[in-house]
Ligand binder design. Structure first.
Ligand SMILES: Cc1ncc(COP(=O)(O)O)c(C=O)c1O
Length: 407
């Protein structure tokens, strides 16, 4: 390896702060300690039985071992179109307005290559899921970050205030600076804050982007994870959405199929087809048995997301009620699979990495430091609801012991 060689595209990436906590977790486990892992958003709920059966069945057929279609089998695209029609009343052209992606993370990253080039700019909220920040940067674009209000979840009566503040900041981000941003990235229910919005909000986003000739990318990873009767809106429900909007829908959380890497880009036909073109150079699609299993799952296990949602909602309640009892008071998020917690007053001298390092060392609980989600995340820690209620209860006991200055 020549000593002068530089990895230019990745050389300037900041250290992945989640790796620090993960390292401490592994160290603790090696030392025989039982760490309650609420760090990564890696779902623990098994995938639907029908998905596993169909995968096994399809894998025995040699015809399914060949390269498949990058944009997804026609029946898979029909299945997700049917799901959108039943769930959100959105009609999609299966030839032009839908493509399969290898998880939404892959879809999002390559979509940024399609939409952005060197010198372009994108507006991204802060804090955000990390690839929303790094996807545009990898494509060579500049970022305009819009601070999200640090409220974990606006209650219905506060939601208008949240929207007003968001649009004020969005307008400022657009008006200030040159070149004008070409892309807006949003994602609701929001990771990490759990913030939720209504269809009026989505309509305003669509109007904002249409007026300015921008493309809006809505990462809908928590499409089916709305709590207490709330149903997250698809941006494609908004009037005129197909002129400027695309949405990523993933089976990762809704169907608890994280490892299967099955997701879709839906909406504006030109944007979808541009991604299809790029991906035809990059990949040969998902393993066909996975596509077949995903098709049958969407068609025949469409109640599964509701079961998953119930589980996360009960875990949310167990966690927030438990934290409340030990003196850490956090509003309940209306969606996602996360709880976004301000670092308690008594520990405010620590930054989020110091705080989460302290928690894993002293309480055997792994959390994600807020700063890993961008500068807007400092001062917070994120709990992922990926352990069962018994383990969450153990986590609360551990936190009471490891955070004696609480309450
Ligand atoms: C907002 C958001 N988008 C995308 C993903 C990744 O989804 P996928 O497994 O479909 O790549 C996650 C996972 O945590 C997420 O929180």
């Amino acid at each position: 390896m020549p000593s002068s060689f530089e990895f230019r595209r990745i050389g300037n990436l900041p250290p992945y702060v989640f790796a620090i906590i993960n390292g401490l977790k592994i160290e603790a486990r090696r030392a025989g300690r039982d760490v309650i892992d609420l760090g990564f958003g890696n779902p623990d709920i098994p995938s639907p039985d029908i998905a596993v059966q169909k995968l096994a069945e399809a894998a025995t057929k040699p015809a399914n071992h060949r390269y498949s279609l990058s944009r997804g089998l026609p029946k898979l695209r029909e299945a997700i179109a049917g799901y959108y029609e039943r769930t959100w009343g959105v009609q999609l052209d299966t030839e032009l307005e839908i493509t399969n992606t290898i998880g939404s993370k892959e879809g999002f990253s390559h979509l940024m290559w399609v939409l952005l080039d060197r010198g372009d700019a994108a507006i991204v909220p802060s804090p955000s899921y990390p690839i929303h920040i790094y996807g545009p940067l990898f494509a060579g674009a500049d970022l305009r970050q819009v601070p999200m209000r640090s409220l974990a979840n606006p209650a219905p009566e506060e939601r208008t205030g949240f929207a007003e503040e968001f649009f004020d900041r969005l307008t400022t981000a657009y008006d200030i600076g040159w070149p004008k941003p070409r892309v807006l990235v949003i994602s609701f229910p929001h990771n990490p804050t759990g913030a939720i919005v209504d269809l009026d909000f989505m309509q305003r986003v669509v109007d904002f982007c249409r007026e300015r000739g921008m493309i809006v990318v809505h990462d809908f990873a928590y499409a089916d994870m709305g709590f207490d009767g709330y149903q997250p809106p698809s941006i494609l429900q908004a009037e005129g959405a197909k002129e400027c909007a695309v949405e990523l829908y993933s089976m990762t959380k809704s169907f608890s199929m994280a490892g299967w890497r099955s997701a879709f880009l839906l909406g504006n036909a030109e944007v979808v087809q541009a991604l299809v073109k790029l991906k035809s150079y990059l990949d040969y699609g998902m393993f066909q048995p996975v596509q077949i299993a995903a098709t049958v799952t969407i068609n025949e296990a469409s109640d599964f997301p509701a079961e998953v949602r119930e589980i996360y909602q009960s875990r949310r309640d167990a966690l927030i009620d438990g934290l409340d009892r030990i003196g850490w008071h956090i509003p309940k998020p209306g969606g996602s699979m996360f709880v976004w917690a301000p670092i308690p007053e008594a520990y405010a001298e620590m930054d989020s990495v110091e705080f989460c390092s302290h928690v894993v060392r002293e309480a055997d609980v792994a959390l994600s430091p807020g700063s890993g989600f961008g500068p807007g995340g400092e001062g917070f820690a994120r709990f992922a609801l990926i352990e069962n209620e018994k383990r969450i209860a153990q986590g609360i006991r551990n936190l009471k012991r490891g955070l004696p200055k609480l309450g």
